[in-house]
Design a protein around this ligand. Structure first.
Ligand code: GCV
Length: 720
C-alpha cells in the first residue's frame, strides 16, 4: 500500500511536469504547431503527392528550409522523410534556388521574372516520367518562404495537387519595431521583458532568438529594429554592437536584417562632441565612421530608425535645422553600405497650438521630394496615436515624391494591453483599404505604401512588436494572431483579414469547421467590440493617464493640453466631439477633396468617425433614429454584449482546443468582460454629467459611482 502511494505520487508529479511541458510547447509553438493529421484519408491524399524531400542547396538558409520541411511533413503526416541531395524518387518535394536547378527543371518552372528577389514559385512538374513538386526562388530566402507557404497549405488542409503558386512580397521592408530598452523593460510591452538578453550576449545565444527568427521568417518578416525609438545611445557603442552582431548572425539565415534606433544626440553622449548639429562636419563624420564600424561587423545591417524632435527626443530642430537635414545627414552615412533611414513622422509640439491631428502633416508635407533616396518616412496609421479607431493619416496620399512606410502598433497600448482579445488585422485592413484619392478613386493606402502608385523603390510596413519573454511570446494566446497577421499583411497589404484569421486558427488550433467558423467570426467581431466599449462613434484618446490602461475621460491636469483626454472629446452641455471641419480646426482639408468632402459634413461623415470630426449635439439624430446620447450609450452596451458573445463562442470551443490554452483564453475573456463594463460605466457616468440625460432602455445601470471610477489608480501598470 505504501509503495502504491509512492508510485502514485511519482506518477502524478511526472504527469504534472509532462502536462506543463506540453502546455508550454503548445503556447510557445505559435502557428507552427504542425499537429499530426488524424484524418487517414487526408493523410493518404497528401502522401500520394509527397514521398520524399530533395534539397539542392548547402547554404545555411537551405538547411533551415529543408529541416523545416522535414519537421513539418513528418509531424503532420506521421511518416519519416529523409532529406536527399539527388532526385531518385517519384513525388519528391525539390527545394532549391534557381541557380541550383537543372536546365530541365528551370524550363518546367518557366519565367523567374514573375517573382522578385524574395519571391517564390511552387510548382508541380512532370520530370522524366515522374511527378515532382518544386519550391524555388531567385534566392534561398525565397525558397524558405516557399517552404513555409507549402507547409501552410498542408497545415490548413489545402489541396497540394497540381500546384502552381507564384508569389512575391509587395513591400521591401517588413519589419518589427521593438520598443525594447537596454534594461530589458519594454515600452508599451505587455508580454514580459525584452527577448534580448544584453547581459549574456554575445556569447550566450538563447534558443529564443532562433525561434523568434524562425517565426518571423514563416510569415515573411525580414527586418527587426532591436531597440526603442526613445533611444539610448549606448547601443551604438562597441560594447553593445558586439552583441547586436551576435543577434544579426542568428537572424541572417532567416532572411532577417537587424536595424537600430539612432539617438540623434549620440555624437555628444558617446562621441564626445559638443554638438549633434547635422550641418556640422564633425557630426556628419562621426556618423559616417559609426556606420563604417557597424557595417564592418554587420555587412547587411539594415539601417537606422529615428524618432527626432518628438516627445522630448533630441533632433535636428535643437540646432535650428529641420527633419530633412537630419534624415539626409544620416542617409549619407549609411548610403555607401546600402543602408536605409526610417525617419518617423510622429511629431507634435507643446509649442504648437494647432490641433495635434494636423501637426505631422503640416510639418512634413512641405518636405515632399526633399529626402535622399535611401530615406523612407515612417507614418503611424492615424494622425493621433494608435487609437482603437482612427481615420487614415492624411500624410498617406499627400507626399507623392516621398516613400512613406506604414507604422502599425501590434502591441495593444490603447487596446486593453495583452489582456483583451482584439484581432488587429481587421483594423490594419481597414486602414490599408482606405481610399486616399491621391490619384483618383481606388488609390488606397495599401497602394501608397506598396509603391504601386508612385513607383517608389523603397517600400515598407513596420509593426510595433507585441513580443516579450512570456512563455507564449505575446501575453494573450490570441495576440499571436496579431503578430502573424501583421506579417501576412506586410507581405501583401491587400490580404483579407478574414483569410488571415482562418489561416491562423487552422495553423494554431484546429481545422475543424465547427471550431473555425464561430471563432473566426469572433475574432473579426472583436475589432468592433473594442471600439464600441472604449471609444465608439469616433471618440479617441480617452484612456487613463500615462499607462493608458482603462478609461480616463475626465483627465484634464496633464502639463501638455494634447495629453489630456478632455482635449479630444470636448464634452460640454451642448454636445461632444472634436470639430475638425471648416467650423473647427479644418483638419479635414488635409485630405484629398473627395475625402475631405465626406468627412466635412455631419450628413456625409461615416458615423464611426463622427466625433473625430465633429462636435455633435446630444440630441442629434443618428441614422438609426436614436439621439446621439442614446446611440452612444447603446454602443457602449453593444461592446459589452459583444464581449459576452465572444465568451459564449469560446466556451463552446473547449473540445477543439487543449485544456491549457482554452482556460487561459477563458480567464482573459472574463477580465475583458469586466473591463468592458468598466469602460461603459465610467465613460457613460462621466459624459452623463454633460448630457444631463437618463440612460436609454437596454443599457445596464452602473454598479459603481463616477467617484469610484475616478479614484482607481494603477501605479504599476505594465509598459509605462
Ligand atoms: C515610444 C506614444 C506612446 C509612447 C511612444 C510614442 C511613439 O506616445 O505612448 O510610449 O514612445 O507613442 O510612438 O514614439
Amino acid at each position: 500500500m505504501r509503495y502504491q502511494k509512492k508510485y502514485l505520487f511519482i506518477l502524478s508529479v511526472f504527469l504534472l511536469l509532462f502536462s506543463f511541458k506540453t502546455m508550454a510547447q503548445k503556447d510557445y509553438k505559435l502557428w507552427l504547431q504542425y499537429d499530426k493529421k488524424t484524418d487517414a484519408e487526408l493523410v493518404s491524399k497528401y502522401l500520394s503527392n509527397v514521398q520524399g524531400i530533395v534539397s539542392l542547396g548547402n547554404a545555411e538558409t537551405s538547411k533551415i528550409a529543408s529541416n523545416e520541411l522535414q519537421l513539418g511533413l513528418q509531424n503532420m503526416l506521421g511518416k519519416k522523410f529523409e532529406i536527399k541531395a539527388k532526385i531518385d524518387l517519384d513525388k519528391t518535394v525539390i527545394i532549391g534556388s534557381k541557380a541550383l536547378l537543372s536546365a530541365e527543371i528551370q524550363k518546367e518552372i518557366g519565367n523567374f521574372d514573375q517573382i522578385n528577389e524574395e519571391g517564390f514559385i511552387i510548382k508541380t512538374i512532370f520530370l522524366k516520367g515522374k511527378n515532382q513538386i518544386v519550391i524555388t526562388g531567385k534566392k534561398e530566402v525565397g525558397v524558405l518562404y516557399g517552404v513555409y507557404n507549402f507547409l501552410r497549405l498542408i497545415q490548413t488542409n489545402k489541396n497540394i495537387k497540381n500546384l502552381n503558386i507564384v508569389d512575391s512580397p509587395k513591400t521591401n521592408i517588413r519589419i518589427l519595431n521593438h520598443w525594447d530598452n537596454l534594461d530589458r523593460t519594454v515600452e508599451r510591452g505587455y508580454a514580459g521583458f525584452s527577448l534580448w538578453n544584453w547581459q549574456k550576449l554575445p556569447d550566450f545565444i538563447d534558443q529564443r532568438y532562433i525561434d523568434y527568427a524562425r517565426a518571423n521568417a514563416s510569415i515573411g518578416i525580414n527586418g527587426t529594429v532591436l531597440t526603442n525609438v526613445n533611444a539610448n545611445a549606448l547601443i551604438l557603442t562597441s560594447q553593445y554592437l558586439e552583441k547586436v552582431e551576435a543577434l544579426a548572425n542568428v537572424f541572417r539565415p532567416y532572411g532577417i536584417k537587424v536595424y537600430l534606433t539612432a539617438r540623434f544626440s549620440a555624437p555628444i553622449e558617446i562621441g564626445g562632441l559638443k554638438t549633434a548639429d547635422p550641418k556640422d562636419a564633425d557630426v556628419a563624420n562621426w556618423w559616417k565612421n559609426k556606420a563604417k564600424e557597424i557595417y564592418k561587423r554587420i555587412p547587411d545591417f539594415g539601417g537606422f530608425l529615428v524618432k527626432a524632435n518628438s516627445e522630448g527626443q533630441p533632433g535636428p530642430q535643437n540646432y535650428g535645422r529641420d527633419h530633412v537635414d537630419g534624415a539626409n545627414m544620416l542617409a549619407d552615412a549609411v548610403a555607401p553600405f546600402g543602408g536605409v533611414i526610417m525617419w518617423r513622422a510622429f511629431v507634435y509640439s507643446e509649442h504648437d497650438a494647432n490641433d495635434r491631428a494636423k501637426q505631422a502633416y503640416a510639418e512634413f508635407v512641405t518636405y515632399d521630394g526633399k529626402f535622399k533616396d535611401n530615406v523612407i518616412v515612417q507614418v503611424k496609421n492615424g494622425a493621433i496615436d494608435f487609437q482603437p479607431r482612427e481615420p487614415f493619416h492624411p500624410m498617406f496620399g499627400a507626399m507623392p515624391k516621398t516613400p512613406l512606410m506604414m507604422e502599425f502598433q501590434i502591441t495593444q497600448e490603447y487596446l486593453g494591453f495583452s489582456t483583451h482579445l482584439v484581432f488587429l488585422p481587421k483594423l490594419f485592413q481597414e486602414v490599408l483599404a482606405s481610399d486616399t484619392y491621391q490619384k483618383g478613386k481606388g488609390t488606397t493606402v495599401a497602394k501608397v505604401i506598396d509603391g504601386s502608385l508612385t513607383k517608389t523603390k523603397l517600400t515598407g510596413i513596420a509593426g510595433v512588436s507585441n513580443i516579450g519573454n512570456d512563455l507564449n511570446w505575446t501575453g494573450h494566446p490570441f495576440a499571436q494572431a496579431n503578430w502573424y497577421g501583421f506579417g501576412r499583411l506586410a507581405w501583401n497589404p491587400e490580404l483579407d483579414s478574414e483569410v488571415i484569421a482562418d489561416e491562423w486558427l487552422r495553423c494554431t488550433f484546429s481545422n475543424d469547421e465547427n471550431f473555425i467558423k464561430p471563432v473566426a467570426a469572433m475574432m473579426i467581431e472583436s475589432r468592433e467590440a473594442v471600439v464600441n466599449y472604449m471609444t465608439p462613434l469616433g471618440l479617441h484618446h480617452i484612456m487613463d493617464t500615462g499607462h493608458h490602461y482603462g478609461p480616463g475621460p475626465w483627465v484634464s491636469n496633464l502639463s501638455r493640453p494634447e495629453w489630456n483626454p478632455v482635449y479630444y472629446h470636448k464634452a460640454d452641455k451642448n454636445g461632444i466631439g472634436f470639430d475638425r471641419s471648416k467650423t473647427g480646426t479644418n483638419a479635414t482639408a488635409q485630405y484629398a477633396p473627395e475625402v475631405a468632402k465626406i468627412f466635412s459634413t455631419l450628413e456625409t461623415c461615416p458615423e464611426k468617425d463622427l466625433l473625430w470630426f465633429h462636435h455633435v449635439s446630444w440630441d442629434y439624430k443618428l441614422k438609426n433614429g436614436q439621439t446621439l446620447w442614446n446611440g452612444l450609450a447603446l454602443k457602449y452596451q453593444e461592446g459589452v454584449n459583444q464581449v459576452k458573445n465572444m465568451q459564449d463562442v469560446w466556451n463552446k470551443s473547449a473540445k477543439y482546443v487543449d485544456e491549457d490554452r482554452f482556460k487561459e483564453v477563458q480567464m482573459l475573456l472574463e477580465i475583458q468582460y469586466k473591463e468592458a463594463k468598466w469602460w461603459r460605466d465610467a465613460c457613460l457616468l462621466y459624459f452623463q454629467q454633460y448630457s444631463g440625460k437618463e440612460l436609454p432602455a437596454g443599457v445596464e445601470k452602473p454598479t459603481q459611482t463616477l467617484d469610484y471610477f475616478q479614484s482607481l489608480k494603477f501605479p504599476f501598470a505594465p509598459g509605462n
